[in-house]
Design a binder for this molecule. Sequence first.
Ligand SMILES: C[S@@+](CC[C@H](N)C(=O)[O-])C[C@H]1O[C@@H](n2cnc3c(N)ncnc32)[C@H](O)[C@@H]1O
Length: 270
Amino acid sequence: MKLGLLKALYIDTLVPFYSRSEAENIFYIVLQHLDKKSKIDVLLGAETFLIESYQAILEELIQGKPVQYLTQIAPFYNLELYVNPSVLIPRPETEQLVHLILEENRGTAKNVLDIGTGSGCIALALKKAWEEATITACDISEEALEVARKNAKDLDIEVDFYQTDILKNEIEAYDIIVSNPPYIGLSEKANMHKNVIENEPHIALFVSDNDPLLFYKRILQLAEKQRATCYFETSEFYRTSLDTWLIESGYSFEWKEDFQGKDRILKVIW
Ligand SMILES: C[S@@+](CC[C@H](N)C(=O)[O-])C[C@H]1O[C@@H](n2cnc3c(N)ncnc32)[C@H](O)[C@@H]1O
């Protein structure tokens, strides 16, 4: 089948579930994955002989499965990461968190801890671009750690991973702590995309409505003892409540905007 025709079929089928540009993007991800081809091949009128594989993936996409779990690949900060449903699919906002840490620290020898590492995306991207750093990463989920370790091995990047429940256990001393912790209140579930709720791990996403700031409070408590600079990803919905709590607690902090101009990166210093 001609790739142009296949592209039209993908877009027509996916448009009820995704925007047109998302549907087009998804098609190109699948094209690269199955045929190792790109936009230019479509324009040049190339064909595929793997129509059954394309159809099988399309069926799963209609069921709401994220394309990254189907191809098992997620691009992140110049890395190609392996992902499966045990880990959150790395998001572009998180690349900005990595970028900021690198801009502010690259070239210095620092000890860094990534809390709630998931696929290992933050820890691995930091180490890849910042040789002098010693990077450790932890997660409560053994399944997630398996994915992170596989990524480290496949990409030949040196990061030390370990399992812990950060809400219960202490940590060693670090210069920098980075975390994109679970921060979505259970009450926000109703407003979220079905694909995310039904496919991504809930332990990575949700935190109790009783205290959505739980992870930030706990991590800052651990960081305070050792005066580790903290970099967090958060939701703009918690900007006000985090501000209030940080000021009341006497912390020095600053917000950094993401590419949509939202305050999603929080830096706490001592
Ligand atoms: C929002 S995900 C972030 C994953 C990855 N760092 C990223 O940015 O894509 C949060 C991670 O925290 C982990 N986590 C949840 N509760 C935890 C706990 N009590 N202790 C340590 N890690 C925890 C989850 O398993 C998940 O991998």
